[in-house]
Design a protein around this ligand. Structure first.
Ligand code: CU
Length: 148
């Protein structure tokens, strides 16, 4: 192999390595924005003090369905969880509920007035959340991964 070829190979390897790093970086950004790519209204979680997991959870209407998004919120047992609740459902009814019975979280969220709730996810498991005002509305699950 000539020196020129070897130099060329090294350059190509370097370019491939940089491209891989860039791809990994893009992945990380996509993951940081939450587990719900179907939630265009949910902005990326805000930065917070270490140990706090912050999520914006929005009530939206799709056709006739009222849905809290993201539908899955996953944290680790022991995390401090901060939820910013926003009601973006249009129409005459301007209040929707948000409840996680297992964690004694129950809020009424008025459109235009986001609410913040914080709690420590001390129990592991899968816990449903929903709108306590309108049982037909679609909720989701809080998943608390057990501590290893
Ligand atoms: Cu509702």
């Amino acid at each position: 192999m000539t020196t020129a070829n070897r130099t060329m190979l090294k350059t190509m390897a370097a370019i491939a390595a940089v491209a891989t790093l860039m791809l990994m970086g893009a992945n990380r950004i996509a993951m940081a924005q939450g587990a719900a790519p179907s939630a265009p209204a949910a902005p990326a979680p805000a930065m917070d003090e270490p140990g706090t997991r912050s999520f914006t959870v929005v009530a939206v209407e799709v056709d006739d369905a009222k849905i809290w998004l993201p539908s899955v919120i996953a944290v680790d047992q022991g995390d401090k969880v901060k939820l910013t609740l926003k009601n973006l459902v249009p129409g005459a009814v301007n209040q929707h509920g948000f409840t996680i019975p297992a964690y004694n979280v129950t809020e009424v969220v008025t459109r235009g007035e986001p609410k913040t709730v914080t709690f420590v996810a001390d129990k592991a498991g899968v816990f449903p959340f929903s709108c306590q005002l309108h049982p037909a509305h679609i909720g989701g699950s809080l998943i608390v991964e057990p501590k290893k």
